[in-house]
Write a protein that binds this ligand. Structure first.
Ligand code: SAH
Ligand code: SF4
Length: 451
């Protein structure tokens, strides 16, 4: 979500004459796009701001003018004016719902230090300008597309409902217009995103409420689009439509990120996840029945308040029973203002660390097993960029694995059949399996700038 938002901020600033630079030293404007989900991410912002303060002072002394420093994202939303107090170098604090106002806010910040963490009534997406086709193309053939923001679920550990606000779904017509623009510029794959993406319930062009399953069907029809993914989804919102989409839509990649957080019913209840371990298993079974080759990934929180050895064993057992192709796992981090932060029975840090290490060992074993099973198979690979060595190209398998292969002839945006010959720690290696793709034919990139 932050990667997508950063692009939108660049788009809104482009007409003001700003261009992106790779180094803060060259910049007239520095925007820190921040994350508040765990304490570590939030604290990083202040250490970074400390460094930027030194740079700002040095440049003021050397050049007589200083870069403008902006804090955006969820730390901005959560801490607002507190950031101005703690970090004297900051000129503007702006929450995620106000990025369309950046030009006006920057003008104001020339005169005084500014905080904007409102949830405005107008739809920011209506006021965010579209990027140029060249810029879309430069960002790659795989694009994020926000369809939903915010969350109404209030898991007891999570800041998202406070920082991102209530659930909002963008109208389908606007999403489709953005999708068509991206595809016309050469995008081949969409990952539709939202804090709670499968809770999508946007207004359809027919006036009815559309589900994510319905929307995916329409996105699959956008000319040029070969692949669809969605993230992040909640088990409670895996409805029949969405599961059926995994059966019916070739473009919907056989890969599902479905966070479970814990395998213990007691802990799931404490987290207010509103599903049990068995519910989760049943959803997986139904999705696997719809799409037998689907690979799964998940998020886990270790050391939620009250988690015992037995609860943790339940999580490990769920991992062994399910077999995840990939996963993210975190130590529970108490967040100010959330109910779990106030719970008694906080788990000691060393216990959390030991459990996290054990869980990550189990997950890593499964990940490698999944990758080793790819050797000898032929996958369709969406070519995303040149590889590390001359003549090498790199892309993604349907299962989101990075794949490198030798072939200087194929173009970025092509989908080609690659036979996997080897696995490395983070990528698969392979060779082109003839002209025909695993799905029949090599698919040429289409779009204005693809030729
Ligand atoms: N909406 C998604 C998750 C969004 S947050 C869902 O409901 O599953 C992304 C991930 O960050 C979560 O899945 C969780 O594993 C992790 N996370 C959120 N709050 C956390 C906290 N307080 N401590 C540790 N991890 C946390
Ligand atoms: Fe946070 Fe996800 Fe729970 Fe919403 S559903 S509160 S985003 S963890």
């Amino acid at each position: 979500m932050n990667a997508y938002d950063a692009e939108r901020m660049a788009d809104v600033l482009a007409p003001e004459g700003f261009i992106e630079t790779n180094s803060a030293e060259d910049a007239d404007l520095i925007v820190l796009n921040t994350c508040h989900i765990r304490e570590k991410a939030a604290e990083k912002v202040y250490s970074e701001l400390g460094r930027l303060r030194v740079m700002k002072d040095e440049r003021t002394a050397a050049e007589g003018r200083a870069p403008t420093i902006v804090v955006a994202g969820c730390v901005a939303q959560a801490e607002g004016g507190e950031i101005l107090r703690r970090a004297p170098a900051v000129d503007l604090v702006v929450g995620p719902q106000s990025y369309h106002n950046l030009p006006a806010l920057l003008a104001k910040a020339k005169r005084e230090r500014v905080v904007d963490t409102e949830f405005p009534v107008e739809d920011k997406f209506d006021h965010l300008p579209a990027p140029s086709p060249q810029k879309i193309r430069a960002r790659g053939v795989s694009a994020f597309l926000t369809i939903q923001e915010g969350c109404d679920k209030f898991c007891t550990f999570c800041v998202v409902p406070y920082t991102r606000g209530a659930e909002i779904s963008r109208p389908a017509a606007k999403i489709l217009a953005e999708a068509e623009r991206l595809a016309a510029a050469g995008v081949r794959e969409f990952t539709v995103i939202g804090q709670n993406v499968n809770a999508y319930h946007g207004e359809g062009p027919d006036g009815r409420t559309w589900s994510l399953g319905r929307l995916l069907h329409r996105l699959a029809d956008v000319p040029g689009i070969a692949r669809l993914r969605y993230t992040t989804s909640h088990p409670r919102d895996m409805d029949d439509d969405l599961i059926a989409a995994h059966r019916d839509l070739q473009a919907l990649m056989p890969y599902l990120h479905l966070p479970v957080q814990s395998g213990s019913d007691r802990i799931l209840a404490g987290m207010n996840r509103r599903h049990t371990r068995d519910d989760y298993r049943r959803i997986i079974d139904r999705t696997r029945a719809a799409r037998p080759d689907i690979a799964l990934s998940s998020d886990f929180i270790i050391g939620f308040p009250g988690e015992t050895d037995a609860d943790f064993e339940d999580t490990l057992r769920l991992v062994r029973e399910t077999g995840f192709a990939s996963a993210f796992s975190f130590k529970y981090s108490p967040r100010p203002g959330t109910p779990a932060a106030e719970m008694a029975e906080q788990v000691p840090e060393d216990v959390k660390s030991a459990r996290l290490a054990a869980l990550q060992d189990a997950l890593e074993e499964d990940r490698q097993k999944f990758n080793r099973a790819a050797v000898g198979r032929t996958f369709d690979v969406l070519v995303e960029r040149k590889g590390r060595h001359a003549g090498q190209m790199a892309g993604k398998s349907p299962y989101l694995q990075a794949v490198q292969f030798d072939d200087g002839e194929v173009a970025i945006g092509d989908i080609v059949a690659v036979e996997i010959t080897e696995t490395g720690p983070n990528s698969l290696f392979g060779r082109r399996a003839g002209q025909a793709g695993a799905s029949g034919t090599t698919v040429r990139a289409v779009g204005a700038n693809a030729a």
